[in-house]
Design a protein around this ligand. Structure first.
Ligand SMILES: Cc1cc2nc3c(=O)[nH]c(=O)nc-3n(C[C@H](O)[C@H](O)[C@H](O)COP(=O)(O)OP(=O)(O)OC[C@H]3O[C@@H](n4cnc5c(N)ncnc54)[C@H](O)[C@@H]3O)c2cc1C
Ligand SMILES: *[C@@H]1O[C@H](CO)[C@@H](O)[C@H](O)[C@H]1NC(C)=O
Ligand SMILES: *[C@@H]1O[C@H](CO)[C@@H](O)[C@H](O)[C@H]1NC(C)=O
Ligand SMILES: *[C@@H]1O[C@H](CO)[C@@H](O)[C@H](O)[C@H]1NC(C)=O
Length: 475
């Protein structure tokens, strides 16, 4: 209750005053856009949907929400917020793990109306709207027997994922999502709608990992790949199996089959550690032995079968903690060795126990091994992220909790734990994945020597700094 009291006495008067100032901007937008777009205000169902995020700590109470229906209207909105210097946010799937990255007290732009999936069989591409989640894209492509390189678990948005990099079940075979983009429809801060392809060398490169610094993307054209039935799903293990799963990860790390992939989430929940193990094979049955190191460990639950790609994605437990407060952080590791895996298990237990005073606590270290040389495969162009194609694999540190009063403690812990693991893998930092990195991560830690070029591209396209009125990592 103490938290509610603080929120009402401190936050509300400020928020209410800010809202009042932004209200005129909302009204100007409502007057200026076409019938294809709408502005919604607090209290309406559409507003609540528009500002909603997977992590409640990533949501904010904005003055209004806008659902643009055309790229031209996105341009009109950008020109208005730019002229008024109004804070705004752009939200795709709402899975940002950092507060304020796709939320604002000003004008909240929700991209839901960009929801088409157009498959071009002749070109071998699919053009997908920036308001979609991957589940919807997979469902639309399934009847055609093709797929794109997208999210691994249910609910994740196409837009933020693709603008940051994109680690997929298919990355061992085809690279990151950014490696498969052939065109962007980009609305630049001056309101112009542009199609950005490889011909536009700088902007094409910058959009491959550079986030929301260059404007608002309305559509992505992605390469498609043949997709049949896959095999896999979710296995869970109890605390007594931690050591066995840890060893299995190290063993799996040596498997060379690019169709095989796993995510091993070492968790701490309700006072005890455990593992959520996702396994994936791009084919109806894996070759004998591929996943034996996991399937031979006695499980708590098991949902593994031959199924559609979409069914496998939906089998992930990602929605269980939807609506709690959350933070991600990351360290890029060269390899999953026995020592590193021991340290990760130690961190899970250590932070799980020391932070256990928060009753809603959930600690997770998501180990995501990839095949050797996966970043070099099918590489079609250079990209803003990763700056170094020899880079390792991102470990995802994920904490969830119940009360806003614990925000600082949990965010500090996520920073400390990353620093501890960083020290263990050596002080030469491999580039950190921006879609997992905690706010405040230095640009150079993510983009390395690409920072200067990205900064000059951002300055060129956005001399007035309109995109810096929106949250996110800024050049
Ligand atoms: C449960 C979960 C699972 C995940 N799994 C994976 C995974 O398997 N692989 C992986 O690589 N990452 C994964 N991520 C991280 C994910 O890539 C990021 O959270 C990503 O930002 C989500 O995109 P979104 O559109 O849902 O987010 P949003 O919160 O909508 O947006 C994130 C960022 O992108 C910007 N943005 C959104 N739309 C646009 C647009 N149209 N134009 C310009 N900027 C825009 C926002 O302003 C914000 O800065 C996962 C995250 C979660 C929470
Ligand atoms: C993977 O390939 C490497 C080199 O090509 C080889 O040394 C190693 O034994 C292979 N591992 C497995 C499990 O097949
Ligand atoms: C998870 O939640 C999202 C909404 O945030 C929803 O679209 C998706 O279908 C859910 N997935 C499952 C498997 O229930
Ligand atoms: C993990 O913890 C165990 C038991 O406390 C300890 O023996 C081991 O050295 C730790 N390993 C690492 C890599 O920190």
């Amino acid at each position: 209750m103490r938290h509610t009291f603080n929120l009402l006495t401190l936050t509300l008067p400020l928020a209410a005053r800010a809202s009042f100032e932004y209200l005129s901007v909302c009204k100007e937008i409502a007057r200026s856009v076409s019938d294809a777009s709408d502005v919604f205000y607090p209290g309406s169902f559409k507003f609540a949907k528009d500002v909603h995020h997977w992590a409640s700590s990533s949501s904010a109470w904005s003055a209004c929400s806008v659902e643009p229906g055309t790229a031209a209207d996105v341009g009109i909105i950008l020109k208005i917020v730019g002229k008024q210097r109004a804070s705004f946010a752009v939200k795709g799937g709402g899975h940002a793990s950092n507060p304020g990255f796709s939320s604002t007290s000003g004008v909240h732009i929700a991209m839901y109306r960009f929801n088409d999936v157009d498959y071009d069989a002749a070109a071998g591409t699919a053009t997908v709207g920036a308001g979609l989640i991957w589940d919807d894209v997979y469902a639309a492509l399934e009847p055609h027997g093709v797929n794109v390189v997208g999210g691994r678990v249910t609910g994740v948005g196409v837009a933020g994922f693709t603008l940051g990099g994109g680690y997929s079940w298919l990355s061992n075979q085809y690279g990151l999502t950014v490696d498969t983009v052939v065109a962007y429809e980009l609305v630049t801060p001056d309101g112009t709608v542009r199609t950005v392809t490889a011909d536009d060398t700088d902007m094409f490169w910058a959009l491959k990992g550079g986030g929301n610094n260059f404007g608002i993307v309305t559509k992505f054209t992605l390469k498609t790949f043949p997709q049949g039935q896959v095999w896999g799903g979710l296995i869970t293990y109890t605390a007594d199996k931690l050591a066995a799963v840890k060893d299995a990860v190290v063993q799996f790390n040596a498997v060379n089959d690019t169709k095989a992939a796993v995510i091993s989430a070492f968790n701490f929940l309700l006072g005890a550690p455990g593992v959520s193990q996702l396994i994936f094979y791009d084919g109806p049955t894996p070759p004998p032995g591929t996943f034996d190191m996991f399937t031979s460990i006695p499980h708590f639950t098991k949902d593994v079968s031959t199924r559609s790609f979409l069914s496998l994605v939906k089998s992930s437990p990602a929605n269980i903690t939807q609506g709690t407060r959350a933070i991600f952080n990351t360290v890029t590791v060269p390899d999953y060795t026995t020592d590193l895996m021991s340290a990760i298990v130690n961190e899970t237990v250590k932070w799980g126990k020391s932070l256990a005073w928060d009753t809603g606590l959930f600690i997770s270290y998501d180990v995501e091994p990839f095949a050797r040389g996966y970043l070099q495969r099918e590489r079609t162009s250079d990209s803003a992220f990763p700056p170094d194609r020899a880079a390792g694999v991102p470990l995802n540190i994920y904490y969830a909790w119940a009360f806003s009063g614990a925000d600082d403690i949990m965010q500090d812990a996520a920073r400390s734990s990353a620093a501890r693991l960083q020290a263990l893998v050596g002080n030469a930092k491999l580039p950190r994945y921006p879609n997992y990195a905690i706010m405040g991560t230095p640009l150079a830690d993510m983009y390395g020597s690409n920072v200067d070029r990205l900064r000059s591209i951002a300055q060129n396209v956005d001399p007035e700094g309109v995109m810096s009125l929106a949250g996110g990592f800024k050049f």
